[in-house]
Design a protein around this ligand. Structure first.
Ligand code: ATP
Ligand code: MG
Length: 287
């Protein structure tokens, strides 16, 4: 029987300015999977509601809202492989990601998760903050969905205004994070390294545009190891993120996301993702 896979698009609100790139990587992966003899049904998160289609053999997904992931949960509970696993996508929410990375000894900027409401007695906001400025303030749940979700603030006054604005938008918890000066690197990864098969894993990095680069020297191998450790701490198999290289050539992991757009590397990444999905499909059939 021909394996039948579902691919789930990202929610539009979670792709600000990247709607095309996000949709395109999913479509291209689907083409490669179809070329290998499988059937693919691409769905929007809305399509998952109330649908009563036959269960797929594997689901690959870019959606990230808790309620949408919840719609897929019964399928994953039945043993249908999901790439990324639903738990891994939830783990990219900042309030889970930060403790998970810290517990795996991944170098991350000093971070505190606090209430955005300065009058909340159980979770008071820092008054005055103990961190030296500038500091980053980020919504604690999902990644950047609109401007204002991630801001660099330069003073206690700016911090107060930004906290109030996030609180006013209904965002109850925020991360305050140390600013790390250095070169900003973007990375992408596909696969899970087995102890002796690092080569199985596709890895790419590049300097983020729009920055004055110092080009601090660093070990590419160390960057790959670090990003793979981070992915493994979160449970991700198709991922991307941001890291900073400091003047001393050390890394800080800023962010790791599930299934990014791979925009600059779409043509190269799509067949590698498809290969990974087919491998997961074979593993699923054996288990
Ligand atoms: N602690 C930090 N030190 C230095 N720069 C930071 C720090 N935190 C965030 N940045 C800068 O802000 C950008 C966005 O931060 P982050 O990746 O955490 O948010 P995001 O919601 O994932 O946004 P995006 O979707 O744009 O990556 C980073 O790529 C980096 O340039
Ligand atoms: Mg980011």
């Amino acid at each position: 029987m021909i394996p039948h896979l579902w691919g789930i698009y990202r929610e539009q609100q979670h792709s600000p300015g990247r709607e095309f790139d996000d949709a395109e990587i999913l479509r291209l992966v689907a083409k490669h999977v179809e070329a290998a003899g499988c059937q693919v049904h691409l769905k929007t998160p809305e399509d998952l509601r109330g649908a009563n289609d036959p269960s797929p053999s594997l689901v690959f997904l870019m959606c990230e809202r808790i309620e949408v992931l919840g719609l897929l949960e019964p399928l994953e509970m039945k043993g249908i492989p999901h790439v990324n696993p639903l738990q891994a996508v939830l783990n990219t929410y900042r309030d889970r990601m930060i403790p998970l990375l810290a517990a795996s000894a991944i170098p991350i900027p000093k971070s505190r998760i606090i209430s955005s409401n300065s009058s909340d007695p159980d979770h008071p906001s820092p008054q005055p903050p103990t961190d030296p400025f500038p500091i980053w303030i980020k919504r604690a749940d999902v990644h950047n969905t609109q401007s204002g979700d991630v801001e660099l603030v330069l003073s206690p006054e700016e911090l107060r205004i930004t906290l109030a604005s996030l609180h006013g938008r209904g965002i109850s918890r925020v991360v305050l994070q140390q600013h790390i000066p250095g070169d900003l690197i973007k990375f992408y990864g596909i696969g899970k390294p087995l102890a002796s098969h690092r080569k199985d894993v596709w890895f790419q990095w590049f300097y983020h545009r729009d920055q004055e680069l110092a080009r601090y020297p660093f070990s590419e191998e160390a960057l790959q190891t670090l990003t793979q450790q981070a992915a493994s701490a979160i449970g991700l198999e198709v991922y991307g993120g941001d890291a900073i290289v400091t003047p001393a050539g050390e890394f800080f992991l800023i962010d790791i996301n599930a299934w990014p757009s791979f925009a600059l590397f779409r043509e190269e990444a799509a067949p590698r993702i498809a290969e990974w999905l087919l491998r997961r499909l074979r593993q699923g059939a054996l288990s």
